[in-house]
Design a protein around this ligand. Sequence first.
Ligand code: ATP
Ligand code: MG
Length: 238
Amino acid sequence: MAHAIEVEDLIFSFPDGTLALDGVSFSVQEGECLGLIGSNGAGKTTLLLHLNGILRGRGIVRILGEEVTDKNLAQIRKAVGLVFQDPDAQLFMPSVFDDVAFGPLHMDLRKEEIEKRVDKALLSVDMQAAAEKISHHLSFGEKKRVSIATVLSMDPKILVLDEPTSNLDPRHRTQLIEILKSVRVTKIIASHDLDMIARLTDRLLFLQDGKIVENGPTREILSNSRLLKELGFYPILP
Ligand SMILES: Nc1ncnc2c1ncn2[C@@H]1O[C@H](COP(=O)(O)OP(=O)(O)OP(=O)(O)O)[C@@H](O)[C@H]1O
Ligand SMILES: [Mg+2]
């Protein structure tokens, strides 16, 4: 099967000298759902920001067979829908509707198609009633749900989600897990929510100090008590 994402020996330091990715290599098959776990500061967000070229390190990132370069960023960003860890980084338009319409507006779609996509995306995160609200007036969890809608409305081939369940109440968290299950595209999800990770992902990368220290089937990794102890968890799968 074809690879949706291929990363080869990715190295990235922030301008202050922090080495955040230290030789990361992995690939994700088309249709696979990959989890990304590791402590605060392990490099998860930094890695995800490389998948649509927001950050550019040394090494190779290939999306659907195409290497990410300065020239194809627009095309890469159509293929990769990225939900930021911080929803304030995602929402910048005057209204919720405009934020969710922003992606489709840049895809040469007809007005009716754009409206249909926005309605569907807002409905799927239960935010349709807030379409005319000002995004930055929403609660944090509501912003997170709208952020997810901004990406669902683009119908991307690859969904990259940074802590999608953070700040969601239990009902909306469960609803999101069901939505993500039903969206049958390639997904990569970084999270500390191991229960969600166990429900959604096929395979896990465990990142530590900018390096992948484990890469294997989710069930195997989540039943590895030594590893979970390192994360500060008790085993959650029998
Ligand atoms: N703009 C920046 N400038 C300097 N260092 C940074 C910057 N952003 C992140 N870092 C550092 O890079 C490392 C990786 O951070 P990153 O945000 O990728 O971690 P993370 O695994 O996503 O953590 P969390 O679980 O808290 O979201 C950390 O040591 C962090 O302090
Ligand atoms: Mg992070």
